[in-house]
Write a protein that binds this ligand. Structure first.
Ligand SMILES: [Zn+2]
Length: 314
């Protein structure tokens, strides 16, 4: 005699229930990739100072935000050494407010940690801060500088994120933040350093549609782009007082991106934009690190959903 069950399915025989379970499982698992594709991409970017992420990934972040994805910028230091006349707590407070305003302008979160500017070291304490940030953001993508750079804070930010890249999935460490079940993709920002090897532009994204938003974001860092950086270059007197005029000047800073688009990033742009690469003026480039998940082309296009559809193979 066939077994029957009690409750709402009591009229069904056991084989019927097995069949029903199989159908439901098939429907559930076939729907799974579609669900995963509709999930917002979660990106966390680390910089040493409260404007580093903005310069290298502000355009990409603005694109993700407009697309409904989630981005957080984290500055590992509070920037309290980055000014010619202001210092310490007063400057840290000002720079935190500037960073928060920059994040607000493009619709992302911005956190400034309280480590001192110019004194960042790859300690266990800061490594654990980085692990906690990546886990709490449940990141799909983590972006950081390469660990070779002229500035020790930038260099150690690269080291710290590199050191966290495997440990984010290890449950015994940083037990107050649940470990990730899946290793994120770790990317490097672009840079100009040649040794021990030059930056490799694996993913280059056009930011022509958000260049104004990126400028708007940089414009929030008044202490940096209109005071400190011009001062370090001996050009403080040349900064216009008029807010509209000085914002226009920031656009000039983007000229290096324009040069890269025509030069070393061109092949990577052509790979994903085809003939459209000709008209791209501004872009941001990233290198896929050897640590963390290694995405194939399909995964890259899911995580960076800004490229034209792939041309069908002949
Ligand atoms: Zn910096």
């Amino acid at each position: 005699m066939l077994k029957t069950v009690k409750g709402p399915f009591s009229a069904l025989s056991f084989p019927c229930l097995v069949w029903l379970a199989c159908v439901l499982a098939t429907v559930w698992f076939s729907a799974w990739p579609a669900q995963a594709q509709n999930q917002p991409v979660r990106v966390i970017a680390f910089g040493a100072h409260p404007d580093d992420c903005d310069l290298d990934a502000g355009g990409l972040a603005a694109k993700y935000a407009a697309h409904g994805d989630k981005v957080k910028f984290v500055s590992l230091t509070n920037g309290d050494a980055g000014h010619q006349t202001q210092h310490g707590e007063e400057l840290a407070k000002r720079r935190r407010a500037e960073a928060e305003e920059a994040g607000r302008r493009i619709g992302i979160e911005y956190e400034v940690l309280d480590n001192h500017d110019g004194k960042l070291m790859p300690t266990l304490e800061v490594r654990e801060q980085v692990i906690r940030e990546i886990r709490q953001w449940n990141a799909d993508i983590v972006i950081a500088p390469r660990p070779n750079d002229y500035h020790p804070d930038h260099r150690y930010t690269g080291v710290l994120v590199q050191d966290a890249s495997y440990l984010v999935i290890v449950p015994s460490l940083v037990p107050d933040a649940p470990p990730l079940r899946k290793n994120p993709v770790f990317l490097y920002y672009s840079d100009r350093f040649k040794l021990p090897q030059p930056f490799r532009p694996d993913i280059v994204v056009s930011i022509d549609d958000v260049i104004e938003k990126k400028i708007d974001m940089l414009d929030a860092h008044v202490s940096q782009f209109y005071e400190w950086l011009p001062w370090t270059m001996g050009r403080l007197e040349q900064v216009p007082k008029d807010p509209v005029e000085r914002k226009k000047r920031l656009m000039g800073w983007m000229s290096s991106e324009t040069r890269n688009v025509k030069g070393p990033w061109r092949a990577a742009l052509e790979k994903r934009y085809g003939a459209q690469a000709d008209s791209i003026k501004y872009a941001e480039a990233f290198e896929i690190t050897e640590y963390g998940a290694q995405p194939n082309e399909e995964e890259i296009r899911r995580l960076v959903p800004f490229f034209p559809a792939a041309a069908p193979r002949p």
